[in-house]
Design a protein around this ligand. Structure first.
Ligand code: GDP
Ligand code: MG
Length: 440
């Protein structure tokens, strides 16, 4: 796939803004990548619409190909959609805090229950009680008890012939009486979603009133992921999702599908059968995996770095020519703001440490940059190109337009003159001088 994509990107060499044809061409390959990653069809469609909206008309920087630009946008939207920050298990409620695990049979509920319990005990110093409400599968309760002994977390003693609801009640009561912080309710699954399962889950939920209701889903869940998540969310109500078997070759498209339809965060991922194989969810890592291109992040970062470097190079080229009118100053101030202030810009240019001090002397600190831009933006294009036009009446008009005083405008003009002189002395000075080099 990577090759196919690069082939498309190589073709997209036009400069300027991304047009619809560029974007559509790149999106065709990206849609294929998403489908291969098992992202649900509906989600692929609306996701690519979202990318198209953002991408068409977006600028392409000279050193970046339109294809790379689309990749950056796809990656950005993917990470945004997956949720940018990791969301931990929420325990902010009066103990005993119930956590209910739901999902299909074999998804990894019981295993994940024990993994989470272990983590809460070890990292958060919580007293945890686990209870299996699975009365369907033979030995399901025994399975949790075995895992409990392994991770040294208590499990509710098994009593025969109880309904899931009765077990839940016993678990909550035991937790209250014995001062547990957290009760983990491991429920039964089915091989597919059916009404009795949903009813059972809804009943348990309304009785136990869990603070977290986590859907445990296999990362290999393909087109069913949407139905699965939607059903559980609508009937039971979810607070988050745990994606298991991310150690396998699942591409994690289910994460995007489920997040997209429910809006619920992916809280954790299971990465193996061992009790420590539980990771925080990392949107960028999953985005990487879904797109199926190991080098995607590197590509994106390179593109982003290229954007800044390109702008800095343009600025340096103007400086080197000794050409520096108010419009240049305005552009440069905008750029300076974008790349993290004057210090950030100077860091991008080789050998200009000296200039930092000079600019500091010229009193151009980051706080005044916004105001200075406001002043310049109130000028006509001619005035920006030719500051000599600025006589008293024009200054008054500009002051009114930008909400500043005439004296602020004079200050700006003086600074501009100082800077222009400085640029000249650096640029037009020796051949191959500092700024000349930076501009090459
Ligand atoms: P449940 O029916 O939802 O309770 O599923 P189980 O917790 O019993 O898990 C079913 C199988 O999946 C077990 O053999 C687990 O060891 C395995 N399993 C669960 N989570 C993971 C995971 O993240 N990675 C791998 N490789 N196996 C897992
Ligand atoms: Mg189970």
């Amino acid at each position: 796939l990577s090759d196919k994509l690069s082939a498309v990107f190589d073709k997209l060499t036009r400069r300027g803004a991304l047009n619809e044809a560029d974007v559509n061409e790149a999106l065709r390959e990206i849609r294929r990548a998403l489908l291969e990653a098992d992202v649900a069809l509906d989600v692929v469609r609306s996701f690519s619409d979202k990318v198209r909206d953002r991408a068409v008309g977006a600028g392409v920087i000279k050193s970046v190909s339109p294809g790379q630009m689309v990749v950056k946008i796809v990656n950005d939207v993917l990470i945004e959609t997956l949720g940018e920050t990791a969301q931990p298990i929420d325990l902010a409620a009066r103990p005993p805090v119930a956590i209910m695990m739901v999902g299909l049979q074999g998804a990894g509920k019981t295993t994940t229950t024990a993994k989470i319990a272990k983590r809460l005990k070890e990292r958060h110093d919580k007293r945890v009680l686990m209870a299996s409400l699975d009365v369907k599968r033979p030995a399901a309760q025994e399975q949790l008890a075995v895992l409990g002994r392994q991770v040294e977390v208590d499990t509710l003693p098994i009593e025969p012939n109880q309904t899931p609801l009765q077990i839940a009640r016993r678990a909550m009561e035991a937790a209250r009486l014995q001062g547990y912080d957290v009760v983990m309710l491991d429920t039964a699954g089915r091989t597919h979603i059916d009404e009795p399962l949903m009813q059972e889950m809804a009943d348990i939920k309304s009785y136990a009133n869990p603070h977290e209701t986590l859907l445990v889903a296999d990362s290999l869940t393909g087109q069913d992921a949407v139905n699965l998540a939607k059903n559980f969310d609508e009937r039971v109500g979810l607070s988050g999702i745990v994606l298991t078997r991310m150690d396998g070759d699942g591409r994690g498209g289910a994460a995007l599908s489920m997040r997209y339809v429910t809006g619920k965060p992916i809280k954790l991922i299971g990465t193996g059968e061992k009790m420590d194989a539980l990771d925080e969810f990392s949107p960028s890592r999953i985005a990487n995996r879904i797109l199926g291109m190991g080098d995607i992040v590197a590509l994106v970062e390179k593109a982003a770095a290229a954007i800044d470097a390109e702008e800095a190079r343009k600025t340096a080229a103007r400086m080197a020519k000794g050409k520096f009118d108010l419009q240049d100053l305005c552009d440069q101030l905008a750029q300076v703001e974008k790349i993290g202030g004057l210090g950030g810009m100077m860091d991008l240019l080789p050998g200009v440490g000296k200039m930092k001090d000079q600019l500091a002397k010229a009193n151009l600190d980051d706080k005044v940059i916004k105001r200075q831009r406001a002043i310049i933006l109130s000028m006509t294009p001619q005035e920006r190109r030719n500051p000599d036009l600025l006589k008293a009446s024009r200054k008054k008009r500009i002051a009114a337009g930008s909400g500043m005083k005439v004296e602020d405008i004079n200050k700006l003009l003086k600074q501009h003159r100082q800077m222009a002189d400085l640029m000249k002395s650096f640029g037009a000075g020796k051949r191959g001088g500092l700024m000349g080099k930076a501009a090459q």
